[in-house]
Design a protein around this ligand. Structure first.
Ligand code: F6P
Length: 363
């Protein structure tokens, strides 16, 4: 193999450049050229979008700083669908024109599907990344190969390898942490610790919302910041139980810090934030979000009287505050663990391509 391509797709994470740098370093050792493909799969569809030679003379370009957050290549959430032959052919043609003999896709589950779509035409592998830590190995035997299961009910004739076949044990999830996750947990846990001092000083209830989509791993990780309660999508939210617990906490320490995952669900499996929608004056639905939805429940059930009595005339609405940590969880420098792991996986991806283990994920 003389030349490979690498692209980053999906939402950014702090460790993407570390993965790219790890791949380039390994490629340098093996005397393989690496072309950086700009803006994920969407860049490949636009002939105007150039590529970057990441290791001319097998030296990594100085612009590639493994400790820098984001991705030097840019990313997009446009993926190639497995049944979109025309797009697949355009992508493959572009890669052929570049002389790319193998492709490393750095990404999460959306990227995995995009990579799979190309696998029949070109050697491709996945270097995993996602702050959500929701990218499971598909098979209990821990094979890293994504085998398409036949599925006659699908128009494609097979089922995309997407989610784990069985729920993961916590230990397994922790052992296989996807790059970006550790930094995200670090940032979130630090936020929890910092917000506590305000909650404590003003005797308030802080509700902190973290990302993660339908996976509660980031929220669980904030346990390092010692919140009083964590709500995750995997366990349905029972409003009465949350209220009872918050009252117990307030009774004990006069303030409370709650962490809620953005994807928490009610007992029927509906998104908790989405079902508690309100209408603005124009009648448009307003999506409150998970933290706001939990606040609404506390305001309703605990009420102003409780807070006015105990907290210097503050209403429930003022005494309970919400903070979304938001994109700071995905931004900035990676912590050392992420950086190290990401660069290892980048190197491993090159090895998978060279060894002919295509349609695999580096682990
Ligand atoms: O998948 C990563 C993630 O950060 C999720 O946790 C979050 O729900 C989503 O992406 C937000 O995406 P964006 O910032 O691209 O809108």
């Amino acid at each position: 193999m003389k030349r490979i391509g690498i692209l980053t797709a999906g939402g950014d994470t702090p460790a993407l450049n570390a993965t790219i740098a790890g791949a380039v370093e390994r490629a340098n050792q093996l005397r393989i050229e690496v072309f950086g493909l700009i803006k994920g799969f969407s860049g490949l569809l636009n002939p105007e979008v150039p590529h970057v030679h990441l290791n001319p003379l097998f030296q990594v370009i100085p612009e590639l700083d493994a400790a820098r957050g984001g991705t030097i290549l840019g990313a997009s959430r446009d993926y190639v669908a497995s049944d979109d032959r025309e797009t697949i052919e355009r992508v493959v043609e572009r890669l052929n024109r570049l002389g790319v003999e193998g492709l490393i896709c750095v990404g999460g589950d959306g990227t995995l599907n995009g990579m799979q779509a190309l696998c029949d035409y070109l050697p491709a592998v996945l270097a995993p990344k996602t702050i959500d830590n929701d990218l499971g190995l598909n098979y209990p035997d821990e094979s890293t190969e994504f085998v398409r299961e036949p599925d006659e009910s699908s128009t494609k004739g097979f089922r995309d390898a997407k989610r784990p076949e069985r729920p993961f044990e916590l230990e397994e999830m922790v052992n296989f942490a996807t790059p970006g996750f550790a930094t995200s947990v670090f940032v979130s846990a630090q936020n929890v610790q910092r917000i506590r001092t305000t909650a404590e000083s003003h005797r308030r209830v802080a509700i902190i919302e973290v990302m993660g989509r339908d996976c509660g791993m980031i929220a669980l990780g904030t346990a390092f910041g010692q919140p009083d309660m964590i709500l995750v999508p995997e366990v349905p939210v029972i409003p009465e139980a949350v209220v009872t617990r918050v009252l117990e906490i307030l009774d004990r320490q006069k303030h409370a810090v709650l962490v809620v995952s953005e994807g928490i669900k009610d007992a029927q499996g509906n998104n908790f934030g989405a079902v508690r929608q309100t209408k603005d004056p124009a009648g448009n639905l307003q999506y409150s979000g998970a933290a706001e939805a939990v606040k609404q429940i506390l305001v309703e059930h605990i009420g102003d009287a409780f807070f006015t009595r105990k907290r210097r005339n503050e209403s429930a609405d003022a005494a309970i505050f919400c903070r979304k940590i938001g994109h700071t969880q995905r931004g900035g420098r990676p912590i050392r663990f992420d950086r190290y792991q990401a660069s290892q996986l980048g190197g491993e991806s090159v090895d998978l391509l060279v060894e002919g283990r295509h349609n695999h994920m580096a682990t």
